[in-house]
Design a protein around this ligand. Structure first.
Ligand code: CP
Ligand code: NVA
Length: 300
């Protein structure tokens, strides 16, 4: 594992190895054991979009590992004024030991890795959110013990979260079903890959996807960068809500996950969100542990 650009680049063994290390780091933190796995290592954190969890968990994570994180807003970097990513990559590689980047185009992340000489971590693009899914998988395994025989259902937009969850679920052996409106499907190549490599279903019917699910996942109807489509999307997605009626056909011990931020009353009801708040905030906490594991794997 040289980078974390998207989950497709990781083998099942890579994923399980990150999750095992994440569990270990969580145990150590909970027991007051602090080890400088990344003593003196410097991680740049480039943000072209807003963030609460990703920014704070990466900054705290690198600090806890004995390293140093530099928050680099694209508003202040020359990249925001058009300096090519190829040049930014080569310059930052001279100063830093690794880069985390949150941006729009997946190609930018791929180019940063291609032209630079240090590990690159995708902190969210329009296409993928691998760090979030590693934390999601960690949380699912904590609650369910293993991935064997589990069904994950995703309700809503076929966005970056859906794309990455498909790969994470199929690679860990879960079955996956998505309910989304026509025109809002996940990436077509990923759908093809999932059908060929696992148990994958796509439907426009929420209950069909959620039936017998062990994990129900949802995300916002309008992602960052899609603010101008909010109205149109609210109309398209109005039936795609995780509510008590939808969950009535899931397994009785179903988990509900949400990457956050959540819009109560849109993709999830207040009632369902609060009933599952424990696992949703465990999931948010696990960003820290999962990303510390990723940083140790890539930067050590
Ligand atoms: N889930 C997630 O990535 O949250 P932030 O946008 O707050 O980083
Ligand atoms: N799909 C959302 C995820 C936020 C963590 C977005 O891209 O805005």
């Amino acid at each position: 594992m040289r980078h974390l650009l998207k989950l497709q680049d990781l083998t099942r063994e890579d994923i399980l190895s990150v999750l095992n290390l994440a569990d270990q780091l969580k145990f150590e933190r909970n027991n007051g054991i602090q080890k400088d796995y990344l003593k003196g290592k410097k991680l740049g954190l480039i943000f072209q979009k807003a963030s609460t969890r990703t920014r704070v968990s990466f900054e705290v994570g690198i600090y806890e590992l004995g390293g140093y994180g530099l928050f680099l807003s694209s508003n202040d970097l020359q990249i925001g004024r058009g300096e090519p990513v190829q040049d930014t990559a080569r310059v930052l590689s001279r100063y830093l030991d690794g880069i985390m980047i949150r941006t729009f185009a997946q190609q930018e992340v791929e180019d940063l890795a291609k032209y630079g000489s240090i590990p690159v971590i995708n902190g969210l693009t329009d296409y993928a959110h691998p760090c979030q899914v590693l934390a999601d998988l960690m949380t699912i395994r904590e609650y369910k013990g293993s991935f064997k025989g589990l069904k994950m259902a995703f309700v809503g937009d076929g966005n970056n979260m859906a794309n990455s969850l498909i790969v994470g679920a199929i690679k860990t052996g879960m079955s996956f079903a998505i309910a989304c409106p026509k025109g809002y499907e996940p990436d077509a190549e990923l759908i093809k890959w999932a059908k060929e490599n696992g148990d994958f279903a796509i439907t426009t019917d929420v209950k069909e996807a959620v039936k017998d699910a062990d994990v129900v996942y949802t995300d916002v109807w309008a992602s960052m960068g899609q603010e101008s489509e909010r109205k149109k999307r609210a109309e398209a997605f109005k039936k795609y809500q995780v509510n008590a009626d939808a969950l009535s056909v899931a397994k009785p011990d179903v988990m509900c996950l949400h990457c956050l931020p959540a819009h109560r009353g849109e993709e999830i009801t207040e009632e369902v969100f609060e009933a599952h708040a424990k696992e949703i905030f465990d999931e948010a906490e696990n960003r820290l542990h999962a990303q510390k594991a990723v940083m140790v794997k890539l930067l050590k």
